[in-house]
Design a protein around this ligand. Sequence first.
Ligand SMILES: O=C(O)CCC(=O)C(=O)O
Ligand SMILES: [Fe+2]
Length: 262
Amino acid sequence: MSLRFKAISDPDGSGSNSKEQKMDLGNGSEVVYVPRLLTSDESWKFFDYLNKEIPWTRPTIRVFGRSHVQPRDTCYVASKGLPELIYSGYQPHAFSWDDFPPLKDILEAVHKALPGSTFNSLLLNRYKGGNDNVGWHADDEKLYGPTPEIASVSFGCEREFLMKKKPSKSSQGGGAPHNSWIHLDVPLLQPLLLSVERRSDDDEPVSKRLKKSSNPDHHSFTLKHGSLLVMRGYTQRDWLHSVPKRAKAEATRINLTFRYVP
Ligand SMILES: O=C(O)CCC(=O)C(=O)O
Ligand SMILES: [Fe+2]
C-alpha cells in the first residue's frame, strides 16, 4: 500500500501556493506540502539574508546521556513572555522577531498559506553540507502541547526528509522489537537521487516524488527551495522524522520550523 499526497486545490496550475497537497498518515496525523510557498528569487534573497545575518551556533547537546556537538547550526526566535525551550539538555537563547525583520515576512507568508494557524516561535537550522543532519526525533516537547502544528520552510540545497512511524504500544517492552525499529539510526529507505534543479518539478505531484515504498510506515520527501511542509495532529506523538546525511548534498540548506507555544 502506498499513501499518496492528494492535491486539494490546484484550480489553475498557476504555480502559486494554491498547490497545497495533503497526506493523511492515519490516526489523526497529517502532513501538508506546499511546493512553492515563495518564488525561487524571493527564497534566494531570504537564504542570503539568513545565511549572513543569523547568529548561528553549534551547541553541545546531550543525546542518550552522551554529549555531542549538534551536527548543524541553529538559532531560536520567540515572541516575548513564552516559556523557555529546552531540548536535548540545551536551552537556546530566544532572540526577538524584531532582531531579524525578514523573518516576519516569512512568517506572514506561512500564516497566509495556513489560514487559522498561529505560530509564535521559530527554530532555525543550517546544514552546511551533506554531513550536517538531524537524527530521528519527534518535536514532542511538552511545551508545544499534545497536537502541535509545525510549519517547516526550506531554502537552498534540497535534502531528503524522512518519516517513520513510532513502534506501536503493543510492541514496546516485553516482546521482540518492531521489525522496522531495529536500526534506529539507520535510514531504512535508500537515498533518493538529489534532483538537479528542474523547473518542471514544481508541477510534478508530490506523490511522484515520494520514494516508492511498500511500507506505509515510512515516507520520504525531497524538500525544495522555497517549499513549506506542515506536520499536524498527532504526527509528533506517533511519528519520527529526520534529515539524514547525504554525501551528494554539498551546498548549504537553511530550514525554519515555525511552532506555537500556548
Ligand atoms: O531541517 C528540517 O527539515 C527539519 C528540522 C527539524 O526537524 C527540527 O528542527 O526539529
Ligand atoms: Fe523536528
